[in-house]
Design a protein around this ligand. Structure first.
Ligand code: PFF
Length: 448
């Protein structure tokens, strides 16, 4: 498809909301609290922040630059900018997007289920055992979670099929500010719960004694997952950016928003979890779902809050899932000549087919493990610990070494001189990011 007909963002605010919508999602509200809990709290948070501002920001800019320079999907972008040996790097991204989507829609389906429970008034229990049982009953069931996942996949496909400005941008502009508002209210409640102090200390006070390379590798993977890095989602979003937009400043806005929401989610979930007597290390993927209903139930207008929260969790997941489907769809449209609607339908069907075994791996197939991991665990490991870091490594090498200096001009908005800090960014993309990521990747894989 030619560049002019691909469409684009209608406004700068729209782009920021869509890109922040991509970044802010289940990764922040569902995953960040339990991964932080599993890796010791404050020290993990500190390493996470170093990863976000040390690598994440520069790489977000790198992906957006690649997209805006090439006006292509990830596969096409690598091909246009670096030649015929590179499209495999984009191909890995497209495959990774499918893998992540296939577990993302399962968890998003849980959010819809909890929304239904909240509407029904079925979330009134405050004791941990009852909430545990509820979560297990839902996720262990063979059919119901898949119906919710299918509904969510369908919604994602419909938005993506409607295109960039009319679908993704319109939705994000509406939902993101709402999400932010409700999160702030919930945090205020969670941190003032009796017994919250212990959780706050756990989250905010680093205890370095438990840190090892596994912690660093998990923090890096979480940072990439949360910032939507490493699979070309942001290459695709960058490809719809206006040349007049100040790319560096907008990238910073997206990274800040994402980080603030992750920290807010940590402040919301970890204190509530410890106030309820649960051990952070053992929370696992059910944490947010098991902990927050108790907070709501004990609040005035709690039912309203729980409805609002699970609605917004679903919507936050949706503004992210569209950015996972979009690279797949733009690949099929740009490179394979499919129509947007056909491509959306095809991509969604494949992801849903893969979601079936993932969903069952929380229930009847729980015992089926690979190297000690359930299928969900395996896919999550593949994405966060392998594929996203490898994708980011290849992006840094391609942009830093193959594209090189022209990337600096692209970073400047049209007609503007290259900013004084931009060469520092290029130096970082060339020399620091590739070596650091490669080192963490290799160390993280050596069995300890
Ligand atoms: N950043 C999203 C989240 O935190 O939920 C997940 C995600 C979206 C990862 C898009 C990768 C991506 F390309």
């Amino acid at each position: 498809m030619d560049d002019a007909r691909r469409g684009g963002w209608a406004s700068r605010f729209g782009f920021i909301m869509a890109a922040a919508g991509s970044a802010v999602g289940l990764g922040n509200i569902w995953k960040f609290p339990y991964v932080t809990g599993a890796h010791g709290g404050g020290a993990f948070l500190a390493i996470y922040l170093v990863c976000v501002f040390g690598f994440g920001l520069a790489l977000v800019m790198a992906e957006l630059v690649m997209g805006r320079m090439s006006r292509r999907n990830p596969v096409g972008a690598f091909k246009r900018l670096a030649g015929s040996a590179w499209p495999a790097a984009g191909g890995l991204g497209v495959v990774t997007a499918v893998v992540i989507l296939s577990f993302y829609i399962v968890v998003a389906g849980w959010a819809i289920a909890y929304l239904v429970y909240a509407l029904d008034g079925a979330l009134s229990a405050t004791d941990a055992d009852a909430l545990n049982a509820l979560f297990r009953r839902l996720t262990g069931a063979p059919v119901a979670p898949l119906l919710y996942a299918a509904a969510f996949m369908l919604a994602t496909a419909v938005v993506v099929a409607r295109g960039i400005a009319g679908g993704i941008e319109r939705m994000s502009k509406l939902f993101m500010p709402l999400l932010f508002g409700i999160l702030v209210l919930l945090v205020l409640r969670a941190v003032t719960l009796p017994g919250a102090g212990e959780g706050l200390a756990f989250f905010l006070r680093p205890d370095w004694s438990s840190v090892d390379i596994g912690t660093v590798s998990a923090a890096l993977g979480q940072a990439f997952f949360s910032l939507s890095l490493g699979l070309g989602g942001l290459i695709t979003y960058g490809s719809y950016m206006s040349p007049r937009q100040n790319l560096g400043r907008d990238a910073l806005a997206v990274v800040l928003l994402d980080t603030v929401v992750a920290v807010l989610a940590g402040l919301m979930v970890l204190p509530a979890m410890m106030a309820a007597g649960m051990t952070p290390a053992e929370g696992g993927p059910g944490t947010t779902f098991k902990v927050l209903p108790a907070v709501f139930a004990a609040m005035p207008a709690g039912r309203l809050f729980s409805i609002g929260f699970f609605l917004l969790l679903t919507l936050a997941a949706l503004t992210s899932s569209v950015s996972l489907l979009e690279p797949v769809v733009s690949y099929l449209v740009d490179e394979r000549g499919l129509k947007r609607t056909t491509a959306s339908a095809l991509g969604s069907l494949v992801c849903f087919a893969l979601a079936v075994p993932v969903s069952l791996s929380f229930g009847v197939w729980h015992e089926v493990t690979f190297a000690g991991l359930t299928l969900f665990g395996l896919m999550d490991f593949f994405a966060s610990h392998l594929s996203l870091p490898i994708g980011s490594l290849l992006t840094a090498i391609c942009l830093g070494w193959v594209v090189g200096r022209p990337a600096l001009d692209e970073l400047a908005s049209r007609g503007q001189p290259v900013a004084a800090w931009a060469p520092v960014w290029l130096f970082f993309i060339r020399f620091i990011a590739p070596f650091a990521i490669a080192w963490i990747l290799i160390q993280g894989l050596i069995p300890g």
